[in-house]
Design a protein around this ligand. Structure first.
Ligand code: B12
Length: 340
């Protein structure tokens, strides 16, 4: 059998891709492998043609069948892509990585490749799909790729790794925000990708959501909390969750009350918890309702009110309520308030 489309010089004995699959292993079809990896079948053909990573025993005129080792190498390629490596380098890595006996690699971060990383071109690509991420770092590009491939575990993995290594602020500002903005932009231009938006949103919610209620013991006791709520009608909550998680990390007591909080529920929560501050998120102009602010109860001791989110930009915000412009600014203003 003649092997086609393979680069030479990597058959060092550990690289089993070069060998045809045993005759009794029929292998997986292009469609089955594409489904497994979450990419289009055309992407697999392109990877094979351009980078020589494909079915090792493919003979001209025969259907492509991927052996378990071929699939493992493609999974390695996919993991490298998710970590922000360019397709060419990811393929080189996947083709030359030594595989353990049996030819498969256990899933999980320990098995993740760490090849030298390229600068990138400001775009995350998977198959024909693209997310524009100008100036974004390696992790944001990796997150973008994982999101485009609808690879939930990889999305969650990049996010967890970033949070553990770089903390909430960097994860939000440098990794999550650029990808959310790119997903929104893509939707604006193509009307597609709502599934990507939902997948990323859910993973971000899981990541930061675990934060609400995870406050350090010192923060969860008698301290007056900071109430965080999205305005009535407002479903966008992720920036508020990032804030909740960052406050937890600083030991500042917070109560995250979630999306679309009715005005009377907000007033009830303010009376019952005697908060030090209230932060109200409006992503959309139509949910930035100044009347809700004016209807807030007067408690003793009094609390400070902050508004946050792009919805408030043109809204009528009564003084002395302050608009918070970023996560960092919010943390500074809230810390000043609760530490007074
Ligand atoms: C994720 C998402 C959703 C998710 C939200 C999930 C969740 N649990 O939060 C879901 C699917 C629910 C959703 C629904 C909708 N969405 Co939406 N969504 C988004 C998306 C992709 C990210 C939102 C986000 O978290 N942004 C946060 C950061 C990334 O962006 P930012 O807020 O602009 O950041 C600025 C400031 O807020 C500040 N900042 C950033 N982070 C932080 C943090 C803190 C603490 C502070 C204080 C400030 C701050 O800095 C930035 C510069 O000014 C945006 C796209 C985008 N560009 O934001 C669309 C977007 C906000 N959605 C949009 C729309 C239209 C909708 C829907 C109406 C769609 C529909 N037809 O149903 C509904 C509205 C539902 C509702 N009533 O609220 C539009 C809004 C357009 C507009 N301005 O009116 C956007 C901009 C998409 C677009 N390109 O058009 N959405």
């Amino acid at each position: 059998m003649r092997l086609v489309g393979r680069p030479s010089g990597v058959d060092d004995g550990a690289v089993t891709t070069r060998r045809p699959p045993p005759p009794d292993v029929p292998g997986l079809s292009v469609a089955a492998v594409a489904r497994r990896l979450g990419v289009a079948p055309g992407t697999l053909r392109t990877w094979d043609r351009r980078y020589g990573i494909g079915p090792s025993g493919h003979a001209p005129g025969r259907h492509r069948r991927y052996s378990p080792v071929d699939v493992t190498r493609l999974e390695l390629m996919q993991r490298a892509l998710v970590r922000g490596v360019s397709p060419g380098e990811a393929a080189r890595y996947a083709l030359t990585a030594p595989l353990p006996a049996g030819g498969t690699v256990a899933p999980g971060p320990a098995a993740d490749p760490a090849p030298p990383l390229p600068a990138g071109d400001g775009q995350a690509r998977v198959g024909g799909r693209v997310l524009r991420l100008p100036g974004a770092g390696r992790r944001a590009r990796g997150l973008g790729r994982a999101a485009l491939a609808l690879d939930g575990p990889a999305v969650a993995g990049v996010l967890r790794e970033s949070l553990a290594e770089d903390g909430v602020e960097t994860t939000w500002d440098d990794v999550v925000r650029p990808v959310l903005a790119a997903v929104g932009e893509r939707w604006n231009h193509t009307g597609t990708g709502v599934e990507i938006e939902h997948l990323v949103s859910e993973c971000v919610r899981d990541l930061f959501g675990a934060g609400s209620g995870r406050a350090a013991p010192a923060a969860s006791g008698a301290a007056r909390p900071v109430l965080l709520a999205a305005m009535p009608g407002e479903q966008h909550t992720l920036p508020l969750l990032a804030l909740a998680c960052a406050l937890d990390a600083r030991g500042v007591a917070q109560r995250y009350l979630g999306a679309d909080l009715p005005a009377d529920a907000l007033a009830a929560a303010a009376r019952r918890t005697a908060p030090a501050a209230v932060v109200l998120w409006a992503q959309l102009g139509e949910t930035a309702d100044g009347d809700v602010l004016r209807a807030l109860p007067r408690t003793r001791p009094r609390f400070r009110t902050f508004v946050a989110g792009p919805g408030w930009v043109d809204a009528d915000v009564p003084r002395p309520i302050v608009r918070l412009a970023s996560l960092t600014a919010a943390l500074a203003a809230i810390s000043d308030t609760v530490l007074v």
